[in-house]
Every structure is written in structure tokens, then in C-alpha cells.
Design a protein around this ligand. Sequence first.
Ligand SMILES: *Cc1c(COP(=O)(O)O)cnc(C)c1O
Length: 469
Amino acid sequence: MKYVSTRGHAAGQSFTDILLEGLAPDGGLAVPEQWPRIMRPKLDAMRDLAYPQLAFEVLRFFADDFPGAALKAACEKAYTREAFGAPEITPLRSLAPNLHLLACSNGPTLAFKDIAMQLIGHLFEFVLERQDRTLNVLGATSGDTGSAAEHALRGKARVRVFMLSPHGRMSPFQRAQMYALQDANIFNIAVEGVFDDCQDMVKAVNADAAFKERHAIGAVNSINWARIVAQVVYYFKGYFAATRSNDEPVSFAVPSGNFGNIFAAHVAKRMGLPIKRLVLATNENDVLDEFFRTGRYRPRGTAETHATSSPSMDISKASNFERFIWDMVDQDGEKVAWLWKQVEEKGGFDLSGDRAWERIEDESGFVSGRSLHADRIATIRQVKKDYGVVIDPHTADGVKIALRIRDRGTPMVCVETALPAKFEATIVEALGEPAPRPPGYEGIESLPQRCDVMKPDAEALKAYIAART
Ligand SMILES: *Cc1c(COP(=O)(O)O)cnc(C)c1O
């Protein structure tokens, strides 16, 4: 399997080549040269596999340059009952006939990002060992990504993590999940500013190629291809759990921000999984909903991005969306480059008159909807009342749109992207009491914390990293 850039120019690279990389040199994202197709006998054989074996079978298609034994070992180390609380890793929970929740957020930081990060931690370790290298992961987080990365990489010998977060702006629970880690390879930097200031500092450091090279700076951000592939696995798992045979179509509802999670579902469909509808839910930040309704893509700036009660979806420039458009324009890199030039020069593009739009409407299965604060609150209440289950605000956005769009003859699987315990204030607003916490998370806010406070200054950040690498 070779990888190319969505903008057409990068030479064919291997999975290992792109594992530690962010953007392709031409500004595009890495994509496989062709989609692997799973034939029916293979799909039937996959149905009863345990999660680590299923993960291995899916990953193998995409990571064919990775030694099989090492890949298998990474899957087995990552997907354990100890880390995810259940032998199924992502158990399916039925709410009603043909209405299910896929529990993807039972990992160490209680959000679905753990599923990919836990695996990546082991893949990184293997590659760095083999190449006798070290890596300094530099990132910015508004909450979930940073904690998932730190929990996956803590204690790893060849990796250090420098994670920037906005000082005083995360929930007490999110803060505790990051700042209470005492591992010597984890550095939490609380920036006196907002998330965008953190992001700008990371960009400034990455723009200094000499510094980047000298200090082996890497990333585990949302465009990382290995994260997408790791997420493909639970669509297979959820499909098998919701059906009895591989003839039955299933729809999935996915609360979306950076388009990484739902793009993994698209990949599963391209590989041959019988997916009918892919229901994309946004919150008030509805750039993607606008696209799937009209064909017009108009990403917005920071000033137009609203802070909402489903904060992990407060994104107005979904980075993985480019991978989807590449696929829909017949993988024409020149066309993608032209479209993204329109974004830069004219603020967006309109595909509604293009052949690609027919494919999106007729073949992709995508449908979308927008869910607002009042919808989240009402949906959390309704799901508690009707099914006795407490869901988190992001999952509620997905369930809200799923209930509107589903047809009762097709199983609808709603992806649970976080546990409600992470977003206490919104749950209290909806239900009058906090959500129960999983065992082991009681009182984490009172554990000793450590972090270094910094002004939003890229030079200060460079000095900080240089002193510790
Ligand atoms: C990251 C995140 C999302 C958005 O997922 P994307 O892959 O960025 O679309 C949704 N919900 C939660 C809880 C998240 O942490």
C-alpha cells in the first residue's frame, strides 16, 4: 500500500513513512493510492473476531510495510480489558429495536480519541526503537486530544510530550486528567491565552525547520493517518454487533468536528462494509452541515467559531474534510489543490454544479443535521427518560439528528464519543445532578497537579523545549 498526497504531488510513501508526519510537503494530506476491498468470505471470517484480532486484520491492509508480528503485538497491547473496561473494547448498547449506542469512550480519558491514541503509542514505540530515534511530540489541546495523547505516551522511553493548553479554560476534570500525570516525559504547559494562541505557538515552532529538525519535533494531531485507520476498526465491530449477517445494511450517526471519526466510517464503507447512511451531526458550528445540505463549503475564522456545550466540536475548518473531497472528485489531486486555493483566495468553494456533488448525494450515504444547545439538553433528558441512559453532550448531538433521520427498518448506531462524567456542568443543567463517574475517577480533581505557566510566546516555548531535550 502506497500513500500519496490529496494534492497530488508527493511521491508514493509507506505507512511507516507517514506515521510520524503531519502534512505532506505540498500542503495536502496522506491518502492511500487505492482502497482495499474486503470480499464477502473475508468479511464473514472477520465477524466473530475479538477486537485486537479485528484491529490487526483491518490495519494490515494499510500498514503492509509494518512487520506483522509487531503490528499484532501493538493491537494486543493497546486493546485490553484493563484499558477499556470491557472485553469488547467498544461494546454495543441497545436503546430500542434498531437504535444503539456504540460505546467508544471507555478508555483512560473517557473519550473516543483513546482508541486511536492507545494504538499509536505502541506503533510509535516500535518504529522509534527500530530506527533508534527519539521524538518530541508537540501539540495544542482544548481538552480531549491532549489528555488522550499523554495517557497513551506516558512513560514511553523514546518519546516526550509537550502539550500546550489554555490556562484556566479547561474543565476541572480535563485539567486533572492532564496535570495530575507525574511521568517524567510529560510536560504540560498552561498558556496565558486561548486555544488559538496555543495553536499559533505550535505552528511557529514547526515553521522553524532548523529547530524542528534539531529537536526531533513531531505531532499526533487529527490529520494523522494512523488515527483514522485505528478508528475504522470500531465501525466493523459496531456493524457486526448490530447485525446477524453481512447482508444487512446499517447506518451510523457521528458527532463531528475535524471530520476524522466520520471519515473513518467512510473508509469502512469504501472497503465494503454495508453502510447505508452516514449521519453527520454538527453543533452551532455548522460548516459541514451547510456543505452537505447545499454543496457550498465556507470554512469560518476563529472569531466566527462559537464556544458551545459540545466543545470538542467547536471547529470551523475540518482538516480531514479534504480527504473526503479528494475521494469524491475521483482522487484528482490537481482539482483538490485548485479547490483549496479557492478556499484561500475566495473563502470557499461550491460543488453543487459539479459531478462530485451527484456522487456525494447518490453514493456517499452522507446526510447531515445541526444540533443546538437546547437540542442537546432536551436529548440528554429524553434519552435518560426513555432508555435510562445518561449520554454526554457530543453524543447527544449525534442522537438528536439520528432520531430525526432514521428509518425504522435499518439499525441506527450512534457513536458515543465521550462519557458524560467529563462534562458535568451540562449534565447538571439537563438532569439536575451530575453523571455517575466510572470507578477510579472519583476525586481526581484533588490529586496533586503540575504544569508550567507560559506567556503566549513562541520563543519562550522554544527555549523551554531546548532546555529539556
Ligand atoms: C474529537 C471529538 C469529536 C469530534 O471528532 P472528529 O473526529 O474531530 O470529527 C466529537 N466528540 C468528542 C467528545 C470529541 O472528543
